[in-house]
Design a protein around this ligand. Structure first.
Ligand code: APR
Ligand code: PHB
Length: 429
């Protein structure tokens, strides 16, 4: 097969990129390790920044999101049993967020891709990528990166649809390519570029020579135990609670479906958490009004996610471009994971469009630096909100005093709340 942009991974990053490129006549093939059903079974966050919602519109898949998503113009922080509202609309120049589950974002994108007849190879085993040329240009790993084997790009015709027809000449031996096994058959896909949208455990970042990549990581000594249930949310807004027993979050997917989280020590096993134990622990952490309003019911899903901050630099290696969780992870406290993935995809789609339509590689050359500037600000915010709201029992008492002082400051200062709100709704793109 031959395509213009080969996308590895059919999570939100890969699907959104594919959709945006298709709208501009750029051909893509997606290879995904899992089945479509498996991708849709993963429960992830559900708060969209305005910029992410705008991108869904630009991709032509915003209709259900607008019909079913819930506009939230504030959220609450509960500290010492007292709930404090953060009025996003007032503090962040009229901006709000949209509560719409990542699973639904993925479902809408999958449906649009299928309706357009675009190629997605699900259950692709043993995906390997090569020929993207990991050699790094004169700028070194932090620089723009070399373009490596320049055959075969630029001349593609801008056709959409049928993969396998849009290729141009070029020394095929030097083209970026992926190999995999689908339904027991060996498949090879050649492309002008590879977009590594294959998440934290994917093959793309792992295929970059170790010397060409720098990673920055912080692992937290706890995780989030999440529970999804068909019960009405305790409040019409999200509640982030700081409690001596540990952090908790009351979130939602709709007026009848709730999503709750508990801070649990690293290494905790989900099997040890019956629904009853979960509900009892959540109730113990909530403020009295929320505890009284809590409606419990059977869980639809329960899972534990470790908390981690991670950034890989740069995000471009020759003709391989990383986007989303493949390049960076944030702890979920600020709900930035999906939104950062969307901003990467926005920059990357613009860069590919410039390449094919205007014959300019400026966007590709600036992709990594442009993304990382925004990524690090979201990393800072997510780390800060995590540090502010969780229990750090192992840390010295000095740390706990600083945390208490910071909470007191945030809740008491209009300026500090503005900073919180500005980051929560999403920094400018
Ligand atoms: N080959 C093919 N596909 C792969 C491979 C591989 N070797 N490894 C992983 N994948 C697939 C995964 O199965 C998954 O469907 O890549 C996809 C990556 O999707 P996500 O992990 O969802 O990452 P991304 O699309 O970047 O989404 C951003 O936002 O809220 C956050 O972490 C959350 O998933 C979320 C992310
Ligand atoms: C969620 O609904 O899953 C969610 C919401 C807000 C967060 C994290 C997760 O900060």
């Amino acid at each position: 097969m031959r395509t213009q942009v080969l996308i590895v991974g059919a999570g939100p990053s890969g699907l959104l990129l594919g959709q945006l490129l298709h709208r501009h006549g750029i051909d893509t093939v997606i290879v995904e390790r899992q089945s479509g059903e498996h991708v849709l079974s993963r429960i992830r966050a559900g708060v969209l920044e305005q910029g992410t919602a705008d991108l869904m519109d630009e991709a032509g898949v915003g209709a259900r999101m607008h019909a079913e998503g819930l506009v939230h113009d504030g959220f609450a922080l509960t500290v010492d049993g007292v709930r404090h509202r953060v009025d996003l609309r007032a503090l962040a120049s009229g901006k709000t967020v949209l509560v719409y589950g990542q699973t639904e974002v993925t479902r809408d994108l999958m449906a649009a891709r299928a309706a357009e007849g675009l190629t997605t190879l699900y259950e692709a085993a043993d995906v390997r990528i090569e020929g993207f040329d990991g050699t790094v240009g004169p700028g070194g790993p932090g620089g723009a990166g070399g373009t490596g084997g320049t055959d075969g790009t630029g001349g593609t015709g801008g056709t959409s649809g049928t993969s396998g027809t849009s290729g141009t000449s070029g020394t095929s031996g030097r083209l970026p390519r992926a190999t995999c096994t689908v339904n027991g058959e060996a498949v090879e896909i050649q492309a002008d570029f590879i977009a590594g949208c294959d998440g934290f455990h994917g093959v793309c970042r792992a295929s970059v020579p170790a010397g060409a990549i720098s990673v920055f990581e912080k692992v937290y000594p706890f995780g989030w135990l999440g529970l999804l249930s068909d019960t009405p949310p305790v409040s019409h807004e999200l509640i982030y609670t700081r409690h001596a027993r540990g952090f908790s979050l009351c979130s939602m997917r709709s007026a009848t479906r709730s999503r709750y989280y508990l801070q649990v020590p690293a290494g905790e096993r989900v099997e040890d958490w019956s629904d009853a134990r979960f509900w009892d622990e959540l109730r113990a952490r909530l403020d009295p009004e929320a505890a009284a309003a809590l409606v419990t019911g059977p869980s639809l899903e329960k899972s534990i996610a470790p908390l981690r901050s991670f950034v890989a630099e740069p995000m471009r290696f020759g003709r391989l471009f990383l986007a989303g969780d493949a390049a960076h992870i944030v702890p979920p406290t600020g709900a930035k994971g999906l939104n950062l993935a969307a901003s990467d995809v926005r920059y990357l789609s613009q860069a590919f469009i410039e390449h094919y339509r205007e014959r300019s590689d400026a966007g590709l050359d600036h992709y990594s630096a442009r993304c990382l500037a925004r990524v690090w600000k979201a990393e800072r915010f997510s780390w800060w909100l995590t540090s502010l709201m969780h229990n750090f029992d192992q840390e010295p008492a000095f740390q706990a005093r600083l945390q208490a002082a910071e909470l007191d400051y945030v809740l008491g200062s209009d300026a500090a709340r503005r900073v919180l709100a500005e980051n929560y709704v999403g920094l400018p793109l």
